[in-house]
Design a protein around this ligand. Structure first.
Ligand SMILES: Nc1nc2c(c(=O)[nH]1)N[C@H]1C(S)=C(S)[C@@H](COP(=O)(O)OP(=O)(O)OC[C@H]3O[C@@H](n4cnc5c(=O)[nH]c(N)nc54)[C@H](O)[C@@H]3O)O[C@H]1N2
Ligand SMILES: Nc1nc2c(c(=O)[nH]1)N[C@H]1C(S)=C(S)[C@@H](COP(=O)(O)OP(=O)(O)OC[C@H]3O[C@@H](n4cnc5c(=O)[nH]c(N)nc54)[C@H](O)[C@@H]3O)O[C@H]1N2
Ligand code: SF4
Ligand SMILES: [Mo]
Length: 768
């Protein structure tokens, strides 16, 4: 447990064990257990009547969008309920009856709270009133909204340059809130808008923009019904996007195949029982993944090159494997990629990726005869030093097969937070878009700044070096989510002011600047009423559908405000009427806000009307096979290199992953049911051969260390458990392992921390 300056707070909380139990890893996802577990969580937090009523509105047309992941809703919504176990958990977490109020903060100092586990902190409840932590104090005190806004305004005035302020966003915010927040940051004069996606799908955005001209995926939900093959690579949908399993199921029902590429044999991809079908409840479910390629951590480029090389050999015979018509009409760089593949031997690639050759060959044959291929991916590809290249190799494969811009084919980066894609679309970005800025100028009458802002990593470094002094967060849990926890904590503590606009309590409310504010906000499921009229907002899902979302629950407190109202309040206090934008009007009238958004953001014209009902698809050039935005008006094949890790003899590659009972830093519970781990998060998944080699027994207590550029970082007290994971690879949960990830180790071009390939050593813990 580490102690930090000016308040004696902990970055980690308690690392005491909670009573581990292991069972066989489940070989299927969903099924009746999922329904039971889901309802158990919801009833406990919300009560039975309130839960059932609320759940019946989730993901329904005219209801509210699930606060969980960004997976889209189907055209037809099931009356039985259109949500999964983890959606229900996300709702119960947000809509809990428990309150974090002034009394709570009187009883618990930030020092005390910080020593709790993330699980315990999160379970405290919903924050019900604005609070301030004054310099030197360890107890938050109540503050009025007006005074809170004034505190922010005064700190902003004191800055020597607008670039000393940082405006972070997490992907739960609505389009309206994110647009207004970005507008305020620009009006204030900075592009310092780091976003959770910098730690998430930024590598996808960079790779897809460079190769295909749009930083988003191209498939629609119905494409899964038409695909010959869906490849799921570096993603664990059974836990993180559970309703995606229904889409995979449909693909298979229509004769398609599913291929999983993952160091772990994740439950959802192996077998799946659909609780909405009787057969799913009483039967055994059915196999989802027809092939599982158990790749070594971060050796996907080797595997993808091997697959392409083998496909090229087959194509050389009859020119029937690749889509040569597509390649010549729409792409550039094909010959270069093919000759680069020739520089590798199949044996070498096979050896590097560690996959069984028979399995690779089976997949190659399948791909050779398939025309419509979808590739889905998530953090298993993006969070590596070569995250951008990982995705470029996926694009190469799709280009070879002409699997873009037609039904049943395309790119599918599966997004994390429910509106992370929308937040970026409406202007949360640290880089500068000339067209966006010009539209802001025309619509609002001020000049947005033109210098590049900080992303997450650069923002942390700026705070650490005291170049930034005010940190504001529209949602999220920055300290726990970012890499290099100790460094990040110190960076935050260097700030003069930190402001958290939050629904629930988390560690980032304890590890704060000299002055800290908590501004409580409405969640997805809450009714947003002003002057007796209910407002709704819009979100964009992972497939570019913009639709409306309308809360259902009466808010837990009268003293909570909507995100736009809070941003408007801050902007008003800062500008005091001396600005071309009427912030009070714009923030309170969402219809007006949307109208203005339509004048600035491409695809948002008439969003007020178009977003009603099922919503509408935003423009997507890949769907139209229009690559005119790219330098040579062609989609681009790219050449990538194999990643080099230079592991020392005793070093492992560690991936930090999510358990089944968490949403990022929010811990729903202590079980990882699908992997068979119960009542404990401090576990280290290790191959049995490695355990033998290093003489580890099940439940041995170990510490993990990373050593980059001579700097040692450690986390303590993890229980070794034998698991089906490639030799030399390890897995443990995020955020417990974040202190091991150096701040300056991130993906080339996207700056995404290397959360999935951290070099570590393991040592037995000496317990006294
Ligand atoms: N219930 C729940 N849902 C969530 C979240 C949550 O925490 N809980 N988080 C949301 C967010 S923000 C996001 S970004 C997504 C995250 O969704 P995922 O990316 O599915 O989440 P992770 O647990 O990080 O899992 C990464 C997967 O990649 C695999 N993997 C790791 N390294 C490699 C590699 O080198 N190669 C390959 N091929 N595979 C690898 C891991 O074994 C694991 O199966 O989920 C979203 N949905
Ligand atoms: N080691 C490691 N680190 C990682 C990852 C990893 O796989 N491994 N994954 C990365 C990824 S993919 C992501 S996206 C980031 C996540 O980073 P963040 O988005 O910063 O973290 P979350 O845990 O999602 O934030 C949860 C908090 O958001 C607040 N919140 C919830 N709903 C709302 C809302 O509607 N409005 C507002 N204003 N606040 C709300 C609550 O206070 C809650 O405690 O973490 C990254 N960090
Ligand atoms: S798949 Fe994602 S969006 Fe759909 S109900 Fe589950 S958590 Fe919510
Ligand atoms: Mo994410």
């Amino acid at each position: 447990m580490s102690k930090l300056r000016h308040r004696n707070v902990s970055t980690e909380g308690s690392n005491a064990f909670t009573g581990i139990e292991l069972k066989a890893a489940e070989d299927h996802a969903a099924g009746l257990t999922a329904v039971k577990v889901a309802l158990g969580h919801v009833f406990k937090e919300m009560g039975v009547v309130r839960s059932l009523k609320t759940l019946s509105h989730m993901n329904q047309i005219d209801g509210f969008d699930c606060p969980g992941c960004a997976w889209p809703d189907p055209e037809k919504r099931s009356k039985l309920g259109e949500y999964c176990e983890n959606g229900a958990k996300a709702l119960s977490e947000e809509a809990t009856n428990k309150e974090v109020d002034a009394n709570f903060f009187k009883q618990h100092s930030v020092e005390d709270i910080s020593k709790w586990t993330d699980y315990k902190i999160g379970k405290s409840g919903r924050i019900t009133q604005p609070m301030i932590l004054k310099p030197g104090s360890v107890y938050y005190e109540p503050i009025s909204w007006k005074d809170a806004y004034q505190v922010v305004a005064e700190h902003l005035y004191k800055l020597q340059s607008p670039n000393e302020a940082i405006f972070y966003t997490s992907g739960r915010s609505s389009n309206e809130a994110a647009f207004l927040y970005g507008l305020f940051a620009r009006a204030f004069g900075t592009n310092n808008m780091p976003d959770c996606s910098n730690m998430c799908h930024e590598s996808s955005g960079v790779a897809l923009s460079e190769t295909l001209g749009i930083g988003k995926g191209s498939v629609k939900l119905e494409d899964f019904d038409k695909a010959d093959v869906v490849i799921v690579i570096g993603q664990n949908p059974g836990t993180n996007h559970p309703r995606m399993l229904s889409a995979l199921e449909k693909c298979k029902a229509n004769g398609g195949y599913v291929v999983s590429i993952n160091p772990l044999a994740e439950a959802g991809l192996v077998r799946f029982k659909n609780p909405q079908e009787v057969s799913g409840i009483i039967g055994n479910g059915h196999t989802l993944a027809d092939h599982h390629l158990q790749v070594r951590i971060n050796q996907d480029v080797a595997l993808l090159k091997l697959i392409q090389k083998k496909l090229a050999t087959l194509d050389a015979v009859d020119q029937m494997v690749f889509d040569h018509q597509f390649i010549s009409q729409y792409t550039e760089g094909y010959e270069a990629v093919l000759s680069e593949l020739n520089t590798y031997s199949e044996a070498a690639l096979l050896d590097i990726c560690g996959v069984d050759e028979k399995e690779v060959d089976a997949v190659v044959l399948l791909l050779a005869k398939s025309k419509n291929i979808i590739i889905c991916w998530a953090m298993g590809l993006t969070q590596h030093k070569n995250g951008v290249d990982n995705i470029k190799e996926c694009v190469n494969l799709l280009l070879l097969k002409g699997s873009l811009g037609k039904p049943g084919a395309g790119t599918c980066p599966v997004r994390g937070h429910s509106n992370v894609q929308g937040d970026r679309t409406v202007g949360i970005m640290h880089y500068v878009s000339k067209t966006f800025n010009e539209a802001v100028k025309t619509t609002f009458g001020f000049n947005p700044p033109e210098d590049m802002g900080y992303d997450v990593v650069k923002g942390i470094q700026a705070m650490y070096n005291k170049k930034a002094k005010v940190f504001m967060a529209l949602g999220g849990n920055f300290v726990s989510a970012a890499s290099d926890t100790e460094y990040t904590a110190k960076a935050i503590q260097n700030c003069e002011l930190t402001v958290q606009i939050s629904t629930k309590l988390n560690r980032s409310h304890c590890i704060v600047g000299k002055t800290a504010l908590i501004l409580p906000t409405l969640g997805r499921s809450d009714q947003d009423v002003i002057n007796g009229k209910q407002r709704h907002f819009t979100v964009e899902n992972s497939m570019g559908v913009v639709h409306q979302s309308k809360g259902f629950l009466h808010p837990i407190s009268e003293d909570i405000k909507s995100e736009p109202d809070i941003i408007g309040g801050i902007a008003d206090a800062y500008f005091k009427g001396n600005h071309p934008v009427n912030w009070t009007l714009l923030s309170s009238d969402y219809d007006l806000l949307r109208e203005k958004m339509g004048q600035v953001v491409r695809g948002f014209e008439n969003v007020n009307t178009k977003s009603k009902g099922r919503g509408y698809y935003l423009p997507n050039n890949v769907r139209d096979l229009d690559f005119s935005r790219l330098p040579n008006q062609k989609a681009k094949f790219t050449i990538t290199e194999l990643p080099i890790h230079d592991l020392k003899a005793d070093e492992f590659l560690l991936m930090s992953i999510r358990s089944h009972d968490q949403f990022n830093t929010t811990i729903y519970g202590l079980n990882d049911r699908y992997r068979g781990v119960y009542n404990e998060r401090r576990v280290l998944f290790m191959n049995e051969a490695d355990m033998k080699r290093y003489d580890y027994k099940k439940f041995d207590v170990v510490n993990l260390k990373s050593n980059y550029k001579g700097q040692e970082r450690s986390v303590f007290q993890f229980l070794v458990i034998p698991y089906n994971i490639p030799e030399g690879n390890l897995a443990a949960y995020y955020p417990e392992t974040n202190p091991l990830i150096p701040i300056d180790e991130f993906a080339v071009k996207s700056n995404t921390p290397i959360s999935k390939s951290v070099k570590v050593t393991v040592e037995k813990s000496i317990t006294l």
